[in-house]
Design a protein around this ligand. Structure first.
Ligand SMILES: Nc1nc2c(c(=O)[nH]1)N[C@H]1C(S)=C(S)[C@@H](COP(=O)(O)OP(=O)(O)OC[C@H]3O[C@@H](n4cnc5c(=O)[nH]c(N)nc54)[C@H](O)[C@@H]3O)O[C@H]1N2
Ligand SMILES: Nc1nc2c(c(=O)[nH]1)N[C@H]1C(S)=C(S)[C@@H](COP(=O)(O)OP(=O)(O)OC[C@H]3O[C@@H](n4cnc5c(=O)[nH]c(N)nc54)[C@H](O)[C@@H]3O)O[C@H]1N2
Ligand code: SF4
Ligand SMILES: [Mo]
Length: 753
């Protein structure tokens, strides 16, 4: 038999979503036999790292869910049919809504690294239930950056590493974590070109740091001092871009920032950060002298002490040096769905925590539940996420999930969170339905890919679009009478359908919020792209908001015409399409503050800077019981959050070693490969030690994505340490509540034997 053809899809293991081509084969032709980068994908252009070659472990995991499950009184699960499951879930959630208000129903997730269409369909379910509060992983990593960016620029930015002459990575290891297109190609090009400079700020000598021209091996948790020193040197040595600031910033802001930075004690800050002042000065001069600076901050600082201050200082670095709006610098992308929003609106009902970008801080979720406050959450829907594993303090989160009246989990696998649910609803895998992500941040040509369904789901699981459609129907929010006219219109062609949609749905306050489900139920689409229906709404919004960018990509005309053309291209472009073409000259015009100027001076964060600067020469306060700092959750070659659960997918670091320095190993009498016990204020775990020169003294690292239970024979086996058994919810940023996963006080001991 000839080999099956390679079919286009995308990788679902990190937010790059590189285009892939896969060949199906094996039993029932349901295995991913060969996987390679897709050269036709407009962003990744054939690139893929080592991880997607193991994607079959996702598609054919032994813990895949095959039927809806209902918890019995004794905690075990019984299989139930879909009709029972949908009926009972709808009835229980409706009861919570009727007794306590829809606000008591909390929604968590909506998609991981590869699957964002479920979140779009879930908006219908949330609206049908009147659910108001929600969160996702973004509220324990990016909300600080988003909030600061929103206040300074009215928008988030990304950067163009392909064309920069100076690249700056702050608490980020893109060699393994990627997050920029074709990361390793770009990093190697930077490293080998003598005219370009790669700068890495990381306590560990990471794979990226190995390639760097300058590695600032900052002491863990002291980036605020390092960044303050760099900025103060820029001011002291007059390396700021005055022309840029005169044109785009408010003079009073510039003056306030300059004055604040003049008060920073540079020598003390460098000493506190553990970096030689001469090296910091050299770095500041490179940054200040860059023709084009591209920079990226990530979890090393965003999940660490002073995270929001560091995000602010990073924005100041970019803007004081004028690195916004020209090739090789920062840009404001054209987005399809505003997932990276920093708008602060409202507070969480119990704790009063700020809601940024619509998300309740992950670290307060347990506090919002474990209370007798009348507005506590009573039910939770979890979709495409594993919060019992991924949120700080797993023990407390488990307790919170158990305290809820109803927990519904929609997932492909029996996860740590699903085990605590009242109802588990099995989802079709990302190869068994059409899927997409809204991590579309490229520039000047921005890319979107609707991946086709490559194989039908086995009997049992359903695509989330279908699950949400059934739920809203069971809740009575969409009836046959609502959808029948659209079905009729569809028979007359796309224009009649669009007209009916505008007249009957978009403008109807009851049906408007149900649009995703109505589109799914009525838009005639081929089976392999059926779940793409909601994209018609997405395309319509994009056409109304970003007409010129879409037109340059070939989607012109009236907004409706543009939307229809874009939607057709999305549905037909199996390897991804360019949906927006931008121009660098437009970027500064996208600054969306009220007066369209950069608001450099944020008083609360300047006060925080002043307090931090004052504290520069104070000694580090370490609890003698926990003298070391654990970074809980490092990205490595074979980690991918909890998307791949079968431990056999890893070709190295099978157990997820705990990394420590030679100095600490010697002091503690620990040899490479020995078992050690790591203890924090919240828990204790056993791991295998990896003694390495890449770690600095006092710093420990454990990988993320470990500690998952996976079936082995009649039993299940847990491999490695679940990082959040060791973290606490209280250690969090005081502005936006993001956790300090990278700064967990810890102690280490050798285990006998
Ligand atoms: N292989 C792989 N890639 C992934 C993922 C994955 O699970 N596996 N997950 C994806 C996701 S969801 C995300 S959010 C990104 C995250 O991507 P990254 O943020 O790059 O990932 P991490 O390895 O968690 O943290 C980055 C670095 O922070 C450093 N660090 C620790 N403490 C400090 C400190 O005090 N200061 C500074 N400056 N640095 C510090 C660590 O040494 C580490 O090298 O990765 C994405 N890519
Ligand atoms: N201590 C510590 N904790 C961390 C981190 C850390 O560095 N340290 N990193 C944090 C970060 S940055 C992130 S992004 C989070 C990630 O944590 P989460 O947001 O919880 O996401 P994942 O672990 O990726 O879990 C994704 C879930 O989606 C399921 N899934 C896969 N495909 C589908 C599908 O098609 N449909 C449905 N319904 N489900 C599907 C998978 O089985 C899995 O259960 O973890 C965070 N937690
Ligand atoms: S870089 Fe990310 S999306 Fe691309 S192949 Fe690797 S894990 Fe997959
Ligand atoms: Mo993440």
């Amino acid at each position: 038999m000839p080999d099956a053809p390679f079919e286009p899809t995308a990788c679902i293991l990190c937010e790059c979503n590189c285009g892939l081509e896969v060949q199906l084969g094996g039993e029932g032709a349901r295995h991913l036999v060969r996987v390679r980068g897709d050269k036709r994908h407009p962003a990744s252009r054939g690139y893929a790292c080592e991880k997607p070659h193991r994607l079959d472990a996702y598609q054919n995991g032994r813990d895949r869910l095959t039927t809806p499950l209902r918890r019995r009184a004794d905690g075990t699960f019984e299989p139930i049919d879909w009709e029972t499951a949908i009926g009972e879930v709808a009835a229980r959630l409706a009861r919570v809504r009727d007794e306590h208000g829809g606000e008591a129903i909390f929604y968590y997730g909506g998609g991981g690294q590869g699957n964002h269409l479920p979140g779009a369909y879930a908006t219908a379910t949330r609206r049908a239930l009147g659910a108001r509060y929600r969160s996702s992983a973004l509220a324990q990593e990016k909300t600080g950056e988003f909030w600061v960016s929103e206040r300074v620029m009215g928008s988030v930015t990304r950067a163009d590493f392909e064309h920069c002459d100076v690249a700056f990575f702050l608490g980020k290891n893109p060699w393994h974590s990627h997050s920029i297109p074709r990361a390793r190609v770009t990093l190697k090009e930077l490293a080998k070109d003598p005219a370009r400079t790669l700068i890495v700020v990381d306590p560990r000598r990471t794979e990226t740091a190995e390639l760097a021209d300058v590695h600032l091996a900052v002491r863990p948790g002291t980036d605020a001092w390092l960044m303050a020193a760099i900025l103060a040197i820029l001011v002291e040595e007059d390396l700021v871009d005055h022309a840029f600031l005169a044109a785009h910033a408010r003079p009073a802001d510039v003056a306030a920032v300059v004055e604040a930075l003049r008060g920073v004690p540079i020598a003390a800050c460098c000493a506190r950060a553990g970096v030689d002042q001469a090296l910091v000065r050299r770095t500041a001069r490179i940054l200040g002298g860059a023709r084009a600076l591209a920079s990226f901050e990530d979890l090393g600082v965003q999940m660490n002490r002073g995270s929001t201050l560091v995000s602010y200082l990073h924005r100041l670095l970019v803007l004081l040096t004028g690195n916004l709006g020209k090739p090789g610098t920062h840009y404001i992308p054209t987005t399809l769905v505003p997932i990276a929003s920093g708008a602060a609106r409202g507070k969480s009902p119990v704790v009063g925590a700020p809601i940024i970008g619509g998300l309740v801080p992950c670290n307060v979720i347990a506090d919002e539940i474990l209370t007798d406050h009348p507005r506590r959450y009573r039910a939770m829907i979890v979709e495409g996420a594993n919060p019992a594993h991924s949120l700080a303090d797993s023990k407390r989160l488990r307790e919170a999930l158990r305290a809820l009246d109803t927990v519904v989990v929609i997932d492909v696998a029996m996860t740590e969170t699903a085990r605590l649910a009242d109802y588990v609803l099995p989802a079709a895998s990302q190869l068994e339905k059409a899927e997409a992500t809204f991590f579309n941040f490229d520039f000047p040509r921005n890319v979107f890919q609707l991946r086709r369904r490559l194989l039908p789901p086995p009997s049992g699981p359903l695509p989330e679009a279908e699950i949400h459609a059934r739920l809203v129907e069971a809740l009575g929010a969409v009836t046959e009478a609502d959808v029948a006219p659209l079905r009729e219109a569809a028979k007359e062609g796309p224009d009649a359908y669009a007209a009916a949609l505008m007249a009957r749905v978009v403008t109807d306050p009851r049906l408007g919020p149900m649009a995703p489900v109505i589109l799914y139920r009525t838009l005639p689409l081929r089976d392999e792209v059926k779940e793409g229906a909601v994209l018609l709404g997405v395309a319509l919004r994009a056409a109304m908001e970003h007409g010129p960018s879409l037109a340059r990509a070939g989607f012109g005309g009236t907004p409706l015409e543009a939307a229809q053309a874009l939607f057709s291209a999305m549905v037909d472009g199996a390897s991804g399409i360019v949906f927006a073409v931008d121009e660098w000259s437009e970027v500064l015009g996208r600054v969306a503050t009220d007066d369209r100027k950069l608001h450099l001076a944020l008083p609360d964060l300047l006060a925080e800077l002043a307090a931090t600067a004052r504290a520069a020469s104070e000694p580090e306060e370490a609890d003698p019981a926990f003298p070391l700092v654990l970074s809980a959750g490092e990205r490595r070659s074979f980690t991918a959050n909890t998307i791949l659960r079968d431990p056999a997918w890893r070709r190295s670091d099978a157990e997820g070693a705990l990394r420590l320095s030679r100095e600490d190993a010697e002091a503690l009498g620990i040899r490479d490969g020995e078992l050690v016990r790591v203890t924090t204020e919240r828990g204790s775990a056993t791991a295998r030690a990896e003694v390495t020169d890449s770690m600095q003294r006092g710093h420990l690292a454990l990988p993320n994505g470990f500690g998952l239970a996976y079936p082995a024979g009649d039993d299940s086996v847990v491999t490695g340490v679940a990082p959040n058994e060791l973290t606490s919810t209280e250690r969090r940023d005081r502005f936006v509540g993001t956790p300090w996963h990278k700064f967990v006080p810890a102690r280490l001991e050798r285990l006998a034997g």
